[in-house]
Design a protein around this ligand. Structure first.
Ligand code: FAD
Length: 382
């Protein structure tokens, strides 16, 4: 693995850093307080090419590699995880699945719009009674002539109220993962209602929603992949998704480090800047090591994907480590800020709230440990 970035990757990182400093950082606290990002941010993300970064140019993307994608997500995570999540889900989970598994017609219909930000995607797997055990989902799709009728309930769906298309998983066969099929459901379909889940601890700018489907009719051409292959598709998609969550966590940790080092240099106690107290330096060193280690794990996954190698276990390792490192980094940064870290005039409290969910979604830390444990032992301990 080459740890030196190419000129192209450096340019993408600089573009992302500049975009985040201009379009995200100045607004992140406001969006957090009012529990909604400015909807215009989606178009801006599309204009700068971030919503189609890893999609082929033929379909309106930029044809970038996965390391470039991670560099962009790191910068977005430094700015506002709510914005990072919009990109991770619409591009990483939805557009990428359509590019990989879609028919030419499905690609033509959705990819140019998703890449430009004129359409947004959401990924609807979780249900009220099936979270970690996603294969226990009960939303049903029943065949009706050339169509399918979908009925059920999805919850905690990122971009749920703002998306134009839901990559949605429903049961078309018997129990277990082999009975699950993926569908591309336009969110304006009759019978589909959406309501936003308010009062989240973090990611408050992001639209997280419940979707209720009551006999939602979609043609068979809305089926993504084979009947019964939906759960395998979801698992493959989530493995890559874990890399993107981890990349966002590196951004959170880096943001914490930047803020804590700056503050430690200016805050004076006991007659000198607190940066000169050894125990404060210990906190800063711990954040720096966590950030660097998480970044290397993320780059490893991106490198494996770009070289066509297996990466699922490494993605679980990166997600497990980076999410917990981001929580530790934010906690340590608050400690450096003292009481000022506890009010939202400074970004570190928001970093902690935003980091916390990354140990929960796209597979909790326990689920990542079980995945890594299974890869090590060959024994399924779920
Ligand atoms: P549970 O599965 O009920 O787990 C509860 C606890 O039990 C956890 O600690 C878990 O680790 C533990 N546990 C469960 N099983 C085991 C086991 N076998 N061994 C050891 N411990 C176990 N879902 C989507 O489909 N799309 C989205 O876009 C999306 N976005 C989200 C955004 C937010 C802000 C949040 C909070 C969630 C989102 N989710 C989304 C759902 C998320 O993926 C689930 O919350 C997650 O998978 C955990 O499921 P659960 O909440 O039902 O917890």
């Amino acid at each position: 693995m080459d740890l030196h970035l190419s000129a192209e990757q450096v340019a993408v990182r600089e573009l992302a850093a500049d975009f985040v400093n201009r379009e995200v950082v100045p607004h992140a606290a406001t969006w957090d307080r009012r529990e909604a990002v400015d909807p215009g941010i989606v178009g801006k993300l599309g204009d700068v090419g971030f919503l189609g970064l890893t999609i082929d140019e033929e379909y309106g993307g930029s044809g970038g590699d996965h390391l470039a994608y991670c560099l962009v997500l790191e910068e977005l995570g430094r700015g506002d995880s709510a914005v990072r999540g919009i990109v991770s889900v619409s591009l990483g989970l939805v557009a990428k699945s359509i590019a990989t598994h879609g028919t030419p017609e499905q690609r033509e219909r959705w990819l140019p719009a998703l890449c430009s930000g004129t359409a947004l995607g959401c990924f609807a797997l979780t249900e009220p009674d099936s979270g970690s055990d996603a294969a226990a989902l009960t939303t049903r799709a029943v065949r009706d002539g050339d169509d399918w009728l979908l009925t059920g309930r999805k919850t905690f769906i990122t971009n749920g109220t703002t998306a134009d298309v839901a990559l949605l998983f429903a049961r078309t066969g018997g129990p277990g993962h082999r009975g699950i099929t993926a569908f591309l459901v336009p969110t304006d379909s009759p019978g589909l209602s959406r309501s936003e889940i308010k009062g989240k601890l973090g990611l408050r700018g992001q639209a997280t929603a419940e979707l209720v489907l009551d006999d939602v009719r979609v043609p068979d051409t809305a089926r993504l992949g084979e009947c019964g292959a939906g759960f395998r598709l979801a698992l493959g998609t989530l493995a890559k998704g874990r890399m993107s969550v981890a990349a966002g966590c590196v951004g959170i940790a880096q943001g914490c480090l930047n803020a804590a080092v700056d503050y430690a240099g200016t805050r004076t106690q006991f007659g000198k800047p607190i940066a000169g107290h050894q125990l404060v330096q210990q906190l800063l060193a711990r954040i720096a090591v966590d950030t660097a280690a998480a970044r290397l794990l993320v780059w490893q996954v991106a490198d494996l994907i770009d070289r066509g190698q297996p990466y699922a276990t490494e993605a679980s390792m990166a997600k497990l480590f980076a999410s917990e490192a981001a929580v530790r980094a934010a906690n340590d940064a608050i400690q450096v800020f003292g009481g000022y870290g506890y009010i939202d005039e400074y970004p570190v409290g928001k970093y902690l709230r935003d980091a916390r969910v990354t140990t929960l979604y796209e597979g909790t830390s326990q689920i990542q440990q079980l995945l890594i444990g299974r890869a090590l032992t060959g024994v399924n301990a779920f």
